[in-house]
Design a binder for this molecule. Structure first.
Ligand SMILES: Nc1ncnc2c1ncn2[C@@H]1O[C@H](COP(=O)(O)OP(=O)(O)O)[C@@H](O)[C@H]1O
Ligand SMILES: Nc1ccn([C@@H]2O[C@H](COP(=O)(O)OP(=O)(O)O)[C@@H](O)[C@H]2O)c(=O)n1
Ligand SMILES: [Mg+2]
Length: 240
């Protein structure tokens, strides 16, 4: 099933054609909170394209790019890669996707990430999903993840938790202060977490697609036209 979540529009500089701006939802949460897992479900149900900043960075390492070694050593230390690199990868991925609705997972991880994305793309997120999960649970999940990731070892995990508290949580708090965060209790089983996630996307759909209002408006216009036509016809017939 694919359900729509509204796409924001903005007037182009010349004010003529309305250009569609992509809808972006940032998916945040500590390492192991379940961001990737839930994004896969959201894609299935709501027609988004999912980009994980971490996956894009790992792809860059694998491609043998000139930034590969730098990215690899930063990831192994649990550090946040310079925004210039990550934003470029995200922008390219969005441009090439052909979609207009994106889930961006694991980004922004610090304020520099947040500001760079806004400056480069001109896009602000429609909203932010925040997966709230206790550290012990996240640690357990990562240690059982078995994806062969170099940074899924206890030493790096602890460093990533520290970076999350120091640099990433303040970004969540910033979005909270402007009313954009939907906080989800992520410590429950996958299906239960997704029920909450689904409720968020469904309620946003209802807000951005006010069938009632849009239809009422067009119905009203049609009625006005009908009255005018009938007035003209009657007027003409009656020789006014
Ligand atoms: N709600 C959940 N309960 C138990 N395990 C989960 C849950 N969500 C995800 N997992 C598992 O935990 C690990 C981390 O999930 P993942 O989606 O990769 O998290 P993140 O992208 O936030 O690091 C994976 O092995 C995943 O299968
Ligand atoms: N915006 C981002 C996202 C990830 N990363 C790096 O990639 C690592 C893994 O990110 P990830 O999102 O795949 O990790 P999880 O939260 O999914 O466990 C991070 O610890 C950072 O080193 C980054 O530098 N900047
Ligand atoms: Mg992930």
């Amino acid at each position: 099933m694919e359900t729509d979540v509204g796409v924001s529009t903005s007037e182009e500089a010349n004010g003529s054609a309305a250009k569609k701006k992509p809808t972006v939802v940032f998916v945040l949460g500590g390492p192991g909170s379940g961001k990737g897992t839930q994004c896969a479900y959201i894609v299935e149900h709501f027609g988004f394209t999912h980009f994980s900043a971490g996956d894009l960075l790992r792809g860059e390492i694998d491609s043998g790019s000139e930034n590969g070694l730098m990215i690899k050593s930063m990831m192994n230390e649990g550090k946040i890669v310079p925004s210039e690199v990550t934003v470029k990868l995200l922008q390219k991925a969005m441009e090439e996707s052909g979609n207009e609705k994106f889930l961006i997972d694991g980004f922004p991880r610090n304020d520099e990430n947040r500001a760079a994305f806004a400056a480069v793309t001109g896009i602000e997120p429609a909203f932010v999903l925040f997966f709230d999960c206790p550290e012990e649970e996240m640690e357990r999940r990562i240690l059982n993840r078995n994806q062969g990731r170099d940074d899924d070892n206890i030493e790096t995990i602890r460093k990533r938790f520290k970076v999350f508290l120091q640099s990433s949580l303040p970004v969540v708090q910033y979005y909270e202060s402007i009313g954009k965060v939907h906080k989800i209790d992520a410590a429950r089983p996958v299906e239960e977490v997704f029920e909450s996630v689904k409720a968020v996307f469904t309620s946003i759909n209802e807000k951005v697609k006010p069938h009632g209002r849009v239809q009422q408006k067009s119905t009203l216009l049609k009625l006005q036209l009908k009255w005018k036509m009938s007035f003209l016809r009657n007027g003409v017939c009656k020789g006014y």
